[in-house]
Structures are given as C-alpha cells and as structure tokens.
Design a protein around this ligand. Sequence first.
Ligand code: GLN
Length: 242
Amino acid sequence: MCRHLAYLGPAVPLDDLLFDAPESLERQAYAPRQMHGGGTVNVDGYGVGWFPGPVRYRRAGPIWADANLRQLARTTASTAFLAAVRSATVGMPVVDPACAPFTDGTWLFSHNGRVSDWPESVAGLAGTVPVTDLLTMDAPTDSALLWTLVRRRLEAGLAPADVLAGLVREVVAVAPASRLNFLMTDGSVIAGTTWTHSLWVLHDGESVTLASEPLDGDDAWREIPDRHVVLADPSTVEVRPI
Ligand code: GLN
C-alpha cells in the first residue's frame, strides 16, 4: 500500500534516501517490512518532488528499473523533498499521473492507503468541489480526488494539519474502512497523518524525516501512533490525535 517519505533539513542528495539508505525507498518497493496487510510490494509507480521548485518526476513501473532517476537522484541535492513508491489499489489505473507526489506548484502531496467502497462512498465529497476540478484531476483515483479536496482547502487558507485531519474525519465518516496516511510539504513544513498504516519520524533539531518505515537502524526513529496528525519542521515535531 505504497511507501512514502518527506525530508526537510540541510541539503542532501536525493539518492541518500531514495537508493542508498539501508532501508531506502527503493528497498521498501520490493522488501517493505510494515505493510499492515495492505499489499505486498510497491512496483506500480514512483515519484519524487523537490524544492526549490517544486520540481516533480513520476513514472509508472518499478523504481529500480529507472536508470534516469538513479542518475538524477545522484546529482540533485535538496533541502526539502517528498517521494513515494506505489502499489496501485485494485481497479485503479497504472499510469504516470496516478503516482504521487501530486502538486499545485506550492505543495507536494502523497496518500498511502485507499478509500473504501470507492467511488460511491465519496461521491458526496467529490460533489463539494467545482466540476472543472473533477474534470482535470490527474487520474481517476482515490488519491487524486483526496488531493483535489486538500488543495482547495489549502487555497482557502486553512492550516495544513487541520486540512489533513479534517479530511480524514470526513472520509472515514462515509468510508469507514479507508486507510488514510497522508504526507505533504511546501518546503518549509511537513504535515502528515496516520490512519491504519505506519509512519515514523527521525528528528535531530537540524533535519526531520518522516517515512512509512525507518530508513536505517538509527535508534532515534520514533513511530507516530495510529490516528494522529503530525506537523514538523527541522526544529519542532508536533503530534496530536485526529
Ligand atoms: N489508492 C492509491 C492508489 O491506488 C494509493 C495506493 C497505496 O497506498 N498503495 O494509488
């Protein structure tokens, strides 16, 4: 059920986290350890977005088969990025634009999970956004719809952690078996949620990394409890119940 990560801090090459760490995102694509019953491998797509920008690169297929990304990641250092590998939910298209991160040019967004009883369960929620938003969604997937809802609320000026926590509450009210782990960054803060899937944080006062699974054996990784929202920057990590 997808694995994702976001980093803020001193510039590091993207490949440190994507390919080189002992439990890198690439490794989590073929040997994840904490899928919580939501799939086995994450081979349907991948993407990374980084600041300044955001610049985004995303493709369908397994991350390890892309030599171009490998080279790009080796030669690109960033102070803020978000990356994901995808295990497509059954019935959803396996195409480039269905892969995270989604972006509006300010935020990068990723969803690990699924909306239960898609699409009927969330038809009412979809009806709250302008029809043109639905017609221009990146892909006809649950994650793309969730992003459409998130971006409109951000544009309305709502605080990022409130947007994500509020959306979790609204979705589970109509689709209770949903799995809703979100990650989002604008290059200054990371907001995220846990709703069924795992999420870990590594924070040393200079940098902060949030990831579905620890990227290495560092004892400082802390698990975010289930059903929580997190707001983090390099100096602070706030975690509260949804
Ligand atoms: N449901 C989303 C998709 O199909 C996310 C899948 C996941 O977390 N595995 O893209």
